[in-house]
Write a protein that binds this ligand. Sequence first.
Ligand SMILES: Cc1cc2nc3c(=O)[nH]c(=O)nc-3n(C[C@H](O)[C@H](O)[C@H](O)COP(=O)(O)OP(=O)(O)OC[C@H]3O[C@@H](n4cnc5c(N)ncnc54)[C@H](O)[C@@H]3O)c2cc1C
Length: 486
Amino acid sequence: MGAGLGGLAAAVRLAAKGYRVRVLERHATPGGRCGVWESEGFQFDTGPTLLLMTDYLRKVFDDAGRRLEDYLDLRQLDPNYRVYYADGTSLEVTSRINRMLEGVERIEPGVGPRFLRFLAETAKLYTIGLAAFVDRNVHRRRDFFNVKNGLLLLRARAMERLQAMVGRYFKDERLQQAFSFQSLYLGLSPYKSPAIYSLLPYTEVAGGLYFPMGGMHAIPRALARLAGELGVDIEYGVEVSGLERDGTRIAAVRTADGRRLDADIVLVNADLPYAYESLLGERYEGIDRFDFSCSAFLMYLGVDGAYPDLPHHNLIVPGDLRRACDDIFERHQVPADPAFYICNPSKTDPSLAPEGMENIYILVPVPSQDPARPIDWAVEGPRLEAEMLQRLERFGLTDLRRRLVTKRIFTPADFQVQLSATRGEAFGLAHGIDQVGYFRPHNRHAECTNLFFVGQSTHPGCGVPMVLISSRLVVERIVAEQGAVA
Ligand SMILES: Cc1cc2nc3c(=O)[nH]c(=O)nc-3n(C[C@H](O)[C@H](O)[C@H](O)COP(=O)(O)OP(=O)(O)OC[C@H]3O[C@@H](n4cnc5c(N)ncnc54)[C@H](O)[C@@H]3O)c2cc1C
């Protein structure tokens, strides 16, 4: 159920193992959060824009006996992105180590050797973190809580605060920000995050950032094509309306168009809290105690003309990043001076916009809905849109309002309605240390032995590489528990 990246990759892997797979997807296109919006000749990716850790994408194709290159044209970006600070300075983050060293030295003279040591330490965290906690099933207590893992965490100081960790390497606040803001990718404040997530800037610098020609949506399209070749039957525009439980099994899946489909195994890619409540009619135990990630206010802007100095990926850091983060995560309000991200993918692939024009994507991190004090996005949305357009013009996107050919706004209220996100969150359940690994909802229902979960609400969590890993882990578990197909 669901043709998001996790659902599609799991369908590919199951089909490659000989399972007969049918995918039911409520939308007309694959991809879920990795969706697409087309208007006036512009093509916008609606969700993910940064492609990291491409080995995990390649592995999906390898596992099906295919070559990624036959399905996707991935290009490495250089620079990865540019960070702009309120004082007018900027930093280009790149995987070319000599240029990276020049950049950090310009901001903090003498920091070069410490930057290299930061990379070495985060490389360790990456290796340890992935092997012990991410890239394997950890639903059995003993797989997660064992002396070896405890010692690894202690040795790597993975549980200290991210800010304390970056503070040991960088004195200049701008560099501390440049190498810790990435926890926002997980919808987590860099000021509350544990140091283990410093593995994220490491993956960017060491592994590089890639872009699939044709846009990020080329990834779900490629996976859907591969699934089709392996015999998977994908039905679009079909809403699952209920899961029929018979004791410890799901006997059938009900669809909104009135069908009752028998199933031996049911794999849910939709957000887990929604699936429990709306499809099973039960609540995931303890769900009220779970933290949700932050949300995103998104603007897709088709612009006449080009901004020649605007690279593909741009991060704009406000004067007081901590205050902006505390607004989101502590005070549950839209920051008065927010951090934001601008994506200009037609810089890499001009075919995504009409000739001489650009498709600009803006992401402003905002709070997910606090049930006690929900934000009325019907009011807040237009206010923030107007404010952001002015802010973008001040930033350097001259005459933006006058040059708009098309636009679309997507708010946390849309995440609730269109993606069944319980609190309108963009990145699923939060990724604090008490909500990952064994503590995250497991990839199989506790009682229904044929009901499995894949995607960002289950282990290991949010992000394109993570949901691809989740597809491998759940398929391993299905094969182990339900038996391989002869
Ligand atoms: C704005 C934004 C920016 C992001 N940026 C990045 C990034 O730059 N890099 C990165 O790696 N990650 C990024 N992410 C995270 C990444 O996109 C997600 O973690 C990932 O795409 C989630 O995939 P998924 O398989 O969990 O499911 P989803 O994409 O949530 O898909 C679930 C699918 O289930 C379907 N479904 C739900 N209910 C039903 C039903 N009742 N019947 C039938 N179908 C149903 C939905 O329509 C959907 O297609 C971003 C996310 C967002 C929202």
